[in-house]
Design a binder for this molecule. Structure first.
Ligand SMILES: [Zn+2]
Length: 382
């Protein structure tokens, strides 16, 4: 296979401003053995139309100072809008080439564009942190692909525009390189517009949180509305948060009130059943452990908050009952607890834990019965 050496390359050739074709790369390679030279081009279609026919002129400067031109015709270039293409390498007559420049003569029969000049880089964009963050958010929400998009100003010219990413575009509504929309460019570089958009985004997020309707989301929303001060209807939204929170509180209160009578009825039923079963069981001979507990239970009541009574699950699936720090009873227990006062007492028979819905610190719960290894002992039956 023939070996080639690149003897000339230009990655930023000048652009004939407003021409729909930009020669992105010019490269000349020489066959090491035969010294034949070939011109390779990469052409970019900067427009919004597919391009078929291109004619161009290459100006070739040789090492000895002589200058020559070569007409190039690409009749079926078929370059899609915004795309790049690399036509077949073109054989050159010269072999000692120092420099090569390209001029596009016509594109699909048209040829009226400005003279060649370098594509200049966009200017740095100066924005507040808030505005820049909003711009970055807008970019991340769009399908813009170039990381280069951030922080540079676009430019609008007659017949073409320079994108924030540095790419030139001819007659296009979106950038061929980064896909940014031209119609957004002005706003996305306007500090005031961006800051207002950021504030609106914050407001909208808070409104969504208020609508979510959980205590947590409403509290978060309220914080934001307070911070927003007089923005839009933030003051009335703050009030709406308070109202929503009050509604939740009312609902919870109502739920608690309903729970109390239910629990009280349950307790009465349980006590009645226990009293009945206890009568049949109380005379039965039982283990010392059970007797001890029955004695302990008799006529006693315990406060749940002082740690004197706890129920815990043993590893083997049975329950452990600790009635004081020094006395531990083990076996299969079921414990009945009655509620007194304005409270609901719940016994979780899986974990053995007792919870109350009201002020557990001052409430007294009375243990009315306990079943140990199938034998039920009831306070009321003693
Ligand atoms: Zn762009």
């Amino acid at each position: 296979m023939a070996e080639y050496k690149v003897i000339y390359r230009n990655d930023q050739p000048d652009w004939q401003t407003t021409c729909p074709i930009w020669v992105e790369t010019i490269q000349v390679s020489r066959n090491v053995e035969t010294s034949e030279c070939y011109l390779q081009l990469r052409l970019r279609n900067l427009s919004n139309m597919k391009i078929g026919r291109i004619t161009a002129t290459a100006t070739i400067k040789s090492a000895d100072g002589t200058c020559a031109t070569k007409e190039i015709q690409l009749l079926d270039a078929d370059i899609e809008a915004g795309s790049a293409a690399t036509p077949k390498a073109i054989a050159l007559d010269q072999s000692d080439i120092k420099e090569l420049s390209m001029l596009i003569d016509s594109v699909d029969g048209k040829s009226d564009w400005a003279k060649a000049a370098p594509i200049k880089q966009p200017q740095r964009l100066m924005l507040s942190t808030k505005a820049m963050n909003e711009r970055k958010t807008l970019v991340s929400e769009s399908n813009i692909s170039s990381a280069e998009f951030h922080g540079q100003c676009h430019e609008k010219h007659n017949g073409w525009w320079l994108c924030s990413c540095g790419a030139a575009n001819v007659g296009r509504s979106s950038c061929h390189q980064c896909k940014a929309e031209l119609q957004n460019m002005d706003n996305w570089e306007d500090e005031k517009w961006l800051e207002e958009a950021a504030t609106k985004r914050t407001y909208d997020d808070a409104a969504a949180k208020l609508n979510r309707g959980t205590t947590k989301s409403i509290l978060e929303a309220k914080d934001v509305f307070k911070q927003l001060g007089d923005y839009a209807d933030s003051p009335s939204k703050t009030e709406a948060c308070d109202q929503a929170l009050a509604k939740i509180e009312q609902k919870q209160k109502r739920a608690r009130k309903i729970a109390v009578p239910v629990a009280a009825i349950a307790a009465v039923v349980i006590v009645a059943i226990v009293a009945f079963t206890a009568v049949t069981n109380i005379n039965a001979e039982c283990s010392k452990k059970a007797n001890d507990y029955a004695n302990y239970l008799s006529g006693m009541s315990y406060t749940s908050s002082d740690g004197s009574i706890t129920f815990g699950k043993n590893g083997n699936g049975s329950y452990k009952l600790t009635v004081s720090k020094n006395e531990v009873y083990e076996g299969i227990y079921s414990v009945y607890v009655s509620a007194t006062g304005d409270a609901t007492v719940n016994l979780d028979d899986k974990t053995g834990s007792i919870t109350t819905t009201s002020d557990a610190k001052t409430k007294t719960e009375k243990i009315t019965a306990i079943t140990i290894d199938g034998v039920t002992y009831s306070r009321t039956s003693r």
